[in-house]
Design a protein around this ligand. Structure first.
Ligand code: SF4
Length: 479
């Protein structure tokens, strides 16, 4: 399977970031493991990436790092990896929202300070970054980047001067920062992972022989041959040292207050990942089953829009007894540098990427499953392609509720007025995309999809686990 998110998949919420960390207690170089980990997390961010490593037996301030714009396999080659020496390290893949997609904002962020060096990799968005940054500026801080992750790094470094150890500095930083974050922090002798109290972003721990890992998703642990140890709990700080894993749960909230981003399960995460005990593929399968129960229609075949619609389509087929089929062949070689066809030309980005298997859909009543409709700019083309290929009817089913509100927690969602469900009824959207019928997943089904875990449903309801910031901070300071 291919999980690239190519530039013309413009009708999806924008991806976020991925973090990965490793600590080899036997002292071997760890950069190649971080490389493979990041490679498995590439779907979480394709604009820039970086790796920072250090030697826990070496001089305290020495960090080897490299970061740049591009995919993991474009930025790193064997020679570059061989120049990164150290048995502890963190890595990052990044997607940026509007504006500052440049090299200086690539992560991990490296900070040299009185206690040595910190490297910070962050996934998420702080909702009070603007305020915190102003405060820091007034106290003399000079910022090198326009990302909110730098605020986190500054606070950790600042607090570390006053605290016994770095994990306490992370804890005090968590007292100040608000919003969504999963962090992998490398101090000279410790690897630290932390997750915001709501658990918006995933983070887990893995182990291979004498090496421990932190990763945004379990698929990256599999890629490096590590066993899954456990998830970092929402609000937990884990400190990985040769003497064991220390855990600080002083920021944890009761389960009912937690707010994992449900879009991780619907679309962002890889289907082979498990987040907080729930396999992403199984959650998508269940969403499809719910659609079949709540929004059934007579048809001859169920198909998914690749890739993230496929699992829900399989679930729909299982529940309804209508055969599952593959209607689309995807061109896997469309990369970031793909030149988008001009609007006026007959070529279409969607058609370049997806082609229909006519023989599968001709003269059939087709149920088409996709994970979301954001602006509604590609669904009409996909429906048209099926009809052009001879489908008698196209019934569209969406494995999430209508997208109505922005996200402030690190997901790139267009302005409200650009969301098709904001100013159209379901019937109007159905007409606009040219489908025969249209059905969305019911809101009440979301917690069931993840076995009752505490989730954020803000983009469907406008009710966020933490109050939305007064000013629109999206695009101001980024993750
Ligand atoms: S508002 Fe939506 S996209 Fe943003 S964190 Fe909540 S569920 Fe995820």
């Amino acid at each position: 399977m291919n999980y690239d998110r190519t530039p013309f998949e413009t009708d999806k919420p924008g991806e976020e970031c991925g973090v990965f960390g490793a600590y080899d207690f036997d002292g071997h170089d760890i950069s190649s493991s971080i490389y493979y980990g990041l490679f498995a997390l590439q779907h979480r961010g394709q604009e820039s990436c970086g790796i920072a490593v250090s030697d826990t037996e070496g001089p305290k301030g020495k960090v080897d790092y490299y970061k740049d714009m591009g995919l993991v396999n474009e930025v790193f080659d064997e020679e570059r990896l061989n120049r990164l020496h150290g048995n502890i390290g963190v890595g990052h893949v990044r997607y940026s929202t509007a504006g500052a997609s440049n090299r200086e904002n690539a992560q991990p962020l490296i900070i040299h300070y009185i206690k040595g060096t910190l490297a910070v990799a962050h996934n998420g968005n702080l909702t009070n970054a603007v305020d915190l940054r102003e405060k820091l500026k007034y106290s003399g801080a000079i910022f090198q980047t326009t990302i909110d992750s730098e605020t986190i790094a500054y606070y950790i470094a600042r607090e570390r001067v006053q605290t016994k150890n770095v994990q306490e500095a992370v804890s005090r930083t968590m007292d100040k920062i608000e919003g969504a974050y999963a962090l992998a922090v490398m101090s000279p002798r410790k690897l630290i992972g932390a997750r915001d109290p709501y658990g918006f972003k995933p983070l887990c721990i893995g182990k291979r022989d004498n090496t421990y890992f932190l990763s945004s998703e379990t698929c990256a642990l599999d890629a490096v041959g590590a066993e899954f140890v456990r998830d970092v709990e929402p609000g937990e700080i884990v400190t990985i040292t040769p003497n064991g894993i220390l855990s600080d749960k002083s920021h944890c909230l009761p389960a009912e207050k937690q707010g994992r981003c449900i879009f991780e399960y619907i679309y962002f995460a890889r289907p082979d990942s498990r987040i907080d005990g729930i396999n992403v593929y199984s959650a998508r399968l269940l969403a499809g089953r719910f659609l079949a129960k709540d929004s059934s229609v007579d048809a001859d075949i169920v198909v998914g829009v690749p890739e993230s619609g496929n699992a829900a389509a399989q679930g729909y087929a299982m529940e309804s007894g209508i055969p599952y089929g593959t209607a689309f062949v995807k061109n896997n070689y469309v990369g970031r540098t793909f030149i988008k066809p001009k609007q006026s030309s007959r070529e279409s980005s969607v058609r370049v990427k997806l082609n229909v298997l006519r023989e599968v859909v001709k003269d059939k009543r087709v149920i088409l499953i996709d994970d979301s409709i954001v602006r509604g700019t590609t669904s009409d083309q996909i429906v048209n392609m099926l009809k052009d290929a001879g489908a008698k009817e196209v019934h569209m089913r969406i494995s999430s509720p209508p997208f109505l509100w922005p996200c402030y927690f690190g997901i790139d969602v267009p302005e409200r007025h650009q969301l098709i469900a904001y100013n159209h009824t379901v019937d109007e959207i159905c007409k606009e995309i040219g489908a025969d019928t249209l059905g969305y997943l019911r809101l009440e089904r979301l917690p069931e999809m993840v076995n009752g875990l505490g989730i954020c449903t803000g983009c469907f309801t406008g009710n966020y686990p933490i109050p939305a910031p007064k000013d629109d901070i999206r695009g101001e300071y980024e993750a």
